[in-house]
Design a protein around this ligand. Structure first.
Ligand code: PLP
Length: 405
């Protein structure tokens, strides 16, 4: 007999967090481990933002705030969405939560009746299917192949829609693949959705600013304005502004949905920290000149990592367009033997081999519903990335040449 509810036992713990914990355990034993499993920028929160947080404490902004967030923050978000995405929301169409994560969860809790379906293109962020299940819905995972740039194709979307479909969850740039949907690709998906007026879009734009080269970010409600009334646009300060620990994310969408999300938040966390909200006004509405510097550094790291990993026998590393991850095919090492004669049977075996044999922590692709891949975060210094890539190349070179049956 367990105290844990049945529906919770079915929820998978985050593979990303599990890998980070394994790396920490090895480090505690005195091993040197380079962690490339993290989902957060290694940069410090910009000084002007930290100062805004300190000012909020000094000024005594330490009491409860309105559930959807303080008005000046929602004003700053409204202005940001207008400026960057040409989307016109009113204040009551915006809600602020403890990170984009809580906003996504609130949206699913607020909208899903038992058994209603949510289409989740995979590879996908570890939390999407689990959040859908927690909210009583049914995740419908659609695998998107590397040949298709890991992106959902209109025909696959059409085929997945049923009378029970409530949402399509779209994440661009994508964690874990770095795939970026262009405006034309979003319009291709919108074309399908137009035939299914009951299906809503959850656009997770959290990596919006982390786009490289010729790629251009596009948000669904902007690319297909006629879907504005059935799109929830989600974003936050964690990735763009290096503020993961401050826990500020937001959602913008039809007032009826936002109101229901606020009802859930009002009965659970109430709101995110008042101090974080004041700091976020600076992050969203203040000077953003550090963002292009972050982006340039991430792009240099991406180029470095892709070039070096492609030297590893058995690995293939496509060039991603956004976010701060590479999603590397390890199909070519599966079936090979380590020097201690152990056969690598899966991406998880390979990730364990890299951790224990090379001292590099990465996340197996199966955590993102895509076996035979590993996800490597390049949110680390270039020196550390070079060291880690060299260790990975050496670890791959040390595997037997023959793939076991
Ligand atoms: C795709 C995606 N969405 C949302 C989040 C959550 O971000 P936040 O820190 O705002 O909760 C993450 C964080 O890893 C993510 O990768």
């Amino acid at each position: 007999m367990t105290i844990v509810a049945d529906h919770i036992q079915a929820i998978r713990p985050s593979e990303t967090k599990a890998m980070t914990a394994r790396a920490a355990a090895l480090r505690a034993q005195g091993r040197e481990v380079i962690t490339l499993s993290q989902g957060e920028p290694d940069f410090d929160t910009p000084t002007i933002v930290r100062e805004a947080g300190i000012r909020a404490i000094r000024e005594g902004r330490t009491r409860y705030t309105p559930v959807p967030g303080i008005v000046p923050l929602r004003e700053a978000i409204r202005e940001k969405l207008r400026r960057d995405n040409h989307l016109d929301y009113s204040i009551d169409q915006i809600t602020v939560g403890c990170g984009a994560k809580q906003v996504l969860f609130n949206a699913l809790m607020a909208s899903l009746n038992p058994g209603e379906e949510v289409i989740v293109p995979s590879p996908c962020w570890v939390s999407y299917p689990e959040m859908v299940s927690l909210a009583g819905g049914k995740p419908v995972v659609i695998p998107c192949s590397e040949n298709e740039g890991f992106k959902l194709q209109p025909e696959a979307l059409e085929a997945a829609i049923t009378p029970r479909t409530k949402w399509l969850m779209l994440n661009s740039p994508c964690n874990p693949t770095g795939a970026v949907y262009g405006a034309a690709e979003l319009r291709g998906l919108a074309e399908v959705l137009r035939r299914h007026p009951r299906v809503w879009v959850l656009a997770d734009d959290i990596y919006e600013k982390l786009v490289y080269g010729a790629s251009k970010f596009a948000s669904m409600a902007e690319a297909a304005p006629d879907l504005f009334d059935r799109t929830l646009t989600v974003n936050g300060v964690s990735k763009t502004n290096a503020m993961t620990g401050w826990r500020v994310g937001y959602g913008a969408g039809p007032a009826e949905l936002i109101k229901a999300m606020n009802t859930i938040q009002g009965q659970t966390s109430s709101h995110t920290s008042s101090i974080s909200q004041y700091a976020a006004i600076e992050a969203i509405g203040g000077d953003q000149s550090y963002v292009p510097e972050f982006v340039a550094e991430f792009q240099a790291r991406r180029d470095l990592v892709v070039e070096r990993l492609n030297r590893a026998p058995g690995l293939r590393c496509p060039m991603p367009d956004g976010a701060f991850y590479v999603f590397v095919s390890c199909a070519g090492v599966i079936g090979r033997r380590t020097t201690s004669r152990q056969v690598i049977r899966s991406d998880t075996d390979f990730a364990m081999y890299l951790l224990e044999g090379a001292g590099v922590a990465v996340v197996p692709g199966s955590g993102f519903l895509a076996a035979s891949y590993i996800r490597i975060s390049y949110a680390s210094s270039q020196a550390e990335l070079i060291k880690a890539c060299d260790l990975i190349v050496a670890a791959c070179a040390a595997l037997s040449g023959e793939q076991a049956a």
